[in-house]
Design a protein around this ligand. Structure first.
Ligand code: ARG
Ligand code: ZN
Length: 882
């Protein structure tokens, strides 16, 4: 059933306090709830509770058991048609079977331990409830279980008491003093040990920090603890936000659908985002842990203290919290490099979503399964929308807006407009039609042309914008696009900007006679122009600095302008961007050559441009690594009329090899000069050094030269940390053959007991571009270490396979057939994971007719499968309809 934002209604009843009692057992778990209910307005409307897969044992109202006709039960609801007026007590007892719950939603078992995942609508699998985020109540939770099997019993808030019971059982009693929606409920019971630490907040509160894992993994939680303390400090420093309880728990579980969950004071994490040691986790894992530990911690204010009125508002908490975790990671490392990584992610994943059948606004208008809307649009584009407020208001203005947001809405369930209003009101700002960012889907296309008038000393930028049609939104309004811009003089320096003429008015840019070197152009119309005055030489414009809006920009800059920006722009993000624009143009033109059967030739100016970046020792090493990374195959296919995976792959491989051979000496010295015999430390300079060394090694190994393979093998054997060991393995894995097979086997033997490392091994093989790799992936499905019930393993092997365009989109349809079969099989185990996998089909109409027919056949097969989940149905049917 499809649910619409426009149908939103206030609830008829609110809940005040909720008492839960869990009797955890091996065969069944009994959940008793006692809820104080009061009507929003007196009158007698029915009380409708959500419930799924529950066995109802009893319902009582004000202590009296209801008989069969006093309530209605269907597969999704428990309805009490005429409850008493005024406040009353509702008591419900249900029976559930966590040990059989493979959906990993609600209460389930992971490696013998009990844990929960309630967001978005999992609480209804635990007990009957008004499962919506605007029902905020105070919870007490009693957990009872066998003491030897489940020595640790955790829930939200403070521990009020615990003790032993008869029959080898024990109990714990928890109370959360903050009102919360049920999606933030959490419970964990099992054999766990903790790393303990403390944090003293700025106002002097002593907070106990505990990170829980199975005993053998506790030594791998040091980085997570470091990240947590850094996040707590950062939120105080940057936003003045302090933690509000005396205890903060994090639990790592191996079976988890997503990354992590911000349950009040009991964050539950996918183990891969907690556990790390230098030997087993890469720099990328360390960075991801820092970001996600921060993200979940930051939710305590943006999500928990202030939550969402309804699920359409998801980006209110997720866009804002992603923005906050991005800023946190920037401050802990390199701002430019973090920005490049975030923008790449947006381009690789979100732009395609915005251009496909699942396109939806940051605040969707409707959904069938909310779980399908935990998307890159809601999260990452949502974060870009928050970033635009900061760009427009400056750091201080943004902080004022945040302060007002908390002042107005602490303890409430609110909407995206409430956030907008706080930003506007705190700054008396004019945000024009900024709210369109929440309601219009699709990536705006902004075109810019420039002209210089030497006689008048003016430089003109003409903008036009267009938002492409998306499903359900054929016609779009122009949007408010902040374009941060600067002008470079012929020596490569930023020109001082004095004033700009726009919309019939001259606006001064310099403030208090201080010259400005960058300004925000507020583009709000379909077409408009900006005229800079006092420009005495023809400048090269640097546009959309720092990627100031989530748009596609097309400018009339020439290749030589772009090479100039690559070499000189004071905005490092735009230096990188200039290189990417050049690479995209180059790749597209070589694709045409390839399709016409012409020989491929690499433009020497491009090689030269990259060489000068490579050899510039003043540059950040990770920046260099990013600057010499070519745009992904998907990005290029997105720019083509008909996507041609074989041509794009051939061209990208050709350029990589060509660069490797022409820059071989440079790459070799980068590998040599960036080795280190020191012990692994996770800090920015070391990470950057390893990143540069590893990309150089990957380029070199692409040459399939005996000597260079030996080099990679040497790096593999001498590596003392996973970052370097795995990079060397991946370098070798580019070229199939004897060494490739031996090293892969060696790696597995080394790490067979560490499932997180084994997942890397699965992913590497799955992602291979070797022709016909689908057979290899099919074989891996029956590898003893494989298990379709574990989401991480699915993401590694199946997700990995879909990320190789040549194999997933193989012309014989073998990739589509494989995915189709897996989706149907997986859907019976875990609909959320199956639905994430089926999304790989979403761009099927972008390919040639043969491929389209093959993909369509699989989608049709999936949609007609018996007992299909709503999750997969929604995605697959939207793919077919659009
Ligand atoms: N709120 C969690 C986070 O972003 C994600 C929960 C995802 N749940 C889901 N059903 N998709 O931190
Ligand atoms: Zn989140």
């Amino acid at each position: 059933k499809e649910i619409f934002l426009k149908d939103h209604k206030l609830p008829d009843y609110y809940f005040d306090s909720v008492d839960l009692n869990f009797l955890l057992g091996e065969e069944k778990t009994i959940v008793s709830s006692k809820i104080t209910v009061f009507p929003r307005v007196d009158g007698s409307s029915p009380l409708v509770l959500d419930g799924a897969d529950l066995k109802l044992l009893s319902v009582k109202v004000n202590g009296e058991e209801l008989k069969n006709g006093d309530y209605h039960l269907d597969s999704r609801h428990l309805t009490i048609p005429s409850p008493p007026s005024g406040t009353f007590m509702l008591e419900i007892v249900t029976e559930i079977y966590p040990q059989k719950n493979t959906s990993l939603e609600g209460l389930y078992k992971s490696s013998g331990n009990f844990c929960t995942q309630c967001e978005a609508e999992g609480f209804r699998k635990i007990t009957f409830y008004q499962d919506r985020p605007d029902i905020m109540a105070k919870y007490t939770v009693r957990i009872e279980a066998d003491k030897s099997l489940y020595p640790v019993l955790l829930s939200n808030g403070n521990l009020l008491g615990q003790g032993d019971l008869e029959g080898g059982k024990h109990y714990a009693l928890w109370e959360d003093p903050f009102k919360k929606p049920c999606y933030l409920f959490g419970l964990v019971a099992g054999q766990l040990e903790s790393r303990d630490d403390t944090f003293v907040t700025s106002s002097g509160r002593n907070v106990s920090l505990r990170i829980w894992t199975p005993a053998q993994d506790v030594h791998k939680t040091a980085h997570a603890m470091y990240s947590l303390k850094a996040a707590m400090k950062w939120d105080e420093d940057v936003f003045g936000l302090e933690y509000d309880l005396d205890l903060f728990n994090i639990v790592a579980v191996p079976d988890f659908n997503m990354g992590a969950m911000e349950n009040k004071s009991l964050n539950i994490f996918n183990s891969k985002l907690v556990l790390a040691s230098p030997e087993t986790a890469s720099d990328a894992d360390y960075a991801a842990i820092l970001g996600v530990i921060g993200h979940e911690y930051f939710h305590n204010w943006t999500g928990n203290r202030v939550t969402c009125r309804d699920w359409f508002q998801l980006s209110l908490k997720e866009g804002l919290t992603v923005f906050r975790d991005q800023e946190f990671s920037s401050d802990m490392g390199s701002r430019t490099v973090k920005r490049i990584a975030d923008v790449s992610r947006l381009r690789i994943s979100q732009f395609p979503q915005d251009a496909g059948p699942m396109a939806h606004p940051v605040r969707p208008h409707s959904y069938i399964k909310m779980d399908n809307f935990y998307t890159v649009t809601v999260y990452e584009k949502g974060a870009e929308v928050v970033r635009m407020y900061k760009t427009l208001l400056g750091s201080q203005g943004f902080r004022k807006g945040m302060d007002l947001y908390f002042k107005r809405h602490d303890g409430q369930a609110v909407t995206c407009e409430d956030f907008f209003a706080a930003m506007r009101d705190a700054n008396d700002a004019d945000f024009a039609n900024f709210l369109q960012w929440y309601s219009q889907a699709g990536t705006p296309l902004v075109k810019v042309t420039s002209s210089y008038d030497a006689a008048a000393h003016t430089f003109t930028l003409k903008f036009s914008q267009e938002v492409p049609p998306t499903p359900g939104q054929p016609v779009k309004e122009p949007m408010f696009i902040p374009v941060v811009s600067g002008l470079l003089d012929p020596s490569g320096k930023d020109m001082p900007l004095s004033s700009v003429y726009h919309d019939g008015a001259l606006r001064s840019i310099a403030n208090n006679s201080e010259p400005a070197y960058s300004t925000i152009l507020r583009v709000t119309k379909k077409e408009e122009e900006f005229v800079f005055s006092d420009i005495h030489e023809r400048p090269v414009p640097s546009l959309l600095r720092g990627f100031s809006a989530p748009v596609r920009l097309e400018s009339d800059l020439s290749d030589s302008d772009l090479f100039f920006l690559l070499a000189h722009d004071s905005d490092d993000f735009n230096r990188w961007e200039a290189g990417q624009v050049l690479a995209r143009k180059l790749m597209l033109s070589l694709v045409v050559d390839f399709q016409q059967g012409k020989p491929l030739v690499l433009n020497p100016k491009f090689v030269q441009g990259l060489r000068s970046i490579l050899c510039d020792s003043s540059l950040d090493k990770e920046f260099i690594a990013k600057a010499i990374t070519l745009p992904g195959e998907g990005e290029i296919m997105d720019m083509m009329e008909v996507a041609d995976p074989d041509a794009v792959h051939a061209v990208r491989s050709f350029i990589r090899k060509q660069l490797a051979s022409e820059l071989k000496a440079d790459f070799l010295s980068l590998v040599e000069n960036n080795r280190s015999s020191e012990e692994y430390v996770f800090n920015y300079p070391n990470m950057a050094r390893r990143a540069l060394k590893n990309i150089a090694l990957a380029y070199l190994a692409s040459l399939e030269d005996q000597e260079l393979t030996e080099l990679a093998l040497h790096e593999y054997k001498t590596a003392t940390n996973m970052t370097e060991q795995f990079a060397a393995l991946a370098a070798i894995a580019q070229n199939p053959g004897k060494i490739h097979d031996e090293v892969l086997a060696d790696f597995y033997t080394k790490w067979r007991d560490d499932f997180l490392v084994v997942n890397k091994w699965f992913a590497l093989q799955a992602m291979s571009d070797v022709p016909g790799n689908v057979e290899n992936v099919r074989n891996l499905l029956s590898h003893p270490a494989y298990d379709l019930r574990n989401p991480n393993k699915v993401y590694s092997l199946i997700g990995g396979f879909c990320s190789s365009p040549v194999n997933f989109h193989a012309k014989d349809g073998s990739g589509y057939k494989f995915l189709g079969e897996i989706v149907v099989q997986l859907d019976k185990i875990n609909p959320q994971v199956a639905s994430r996998m089926v999304s790989a089909f979403s761009r099927w109409r972008r390919y040639d007719e043969t491929r389209q027919n093959l993909a369509k056949a699989q989608l049709e097969m999936i949609v007609s499968a018996n007992g299909l989940s709503e999750n997969v149905f929604e995605i697959a049917s939207k793919c077919l309809a659009a």
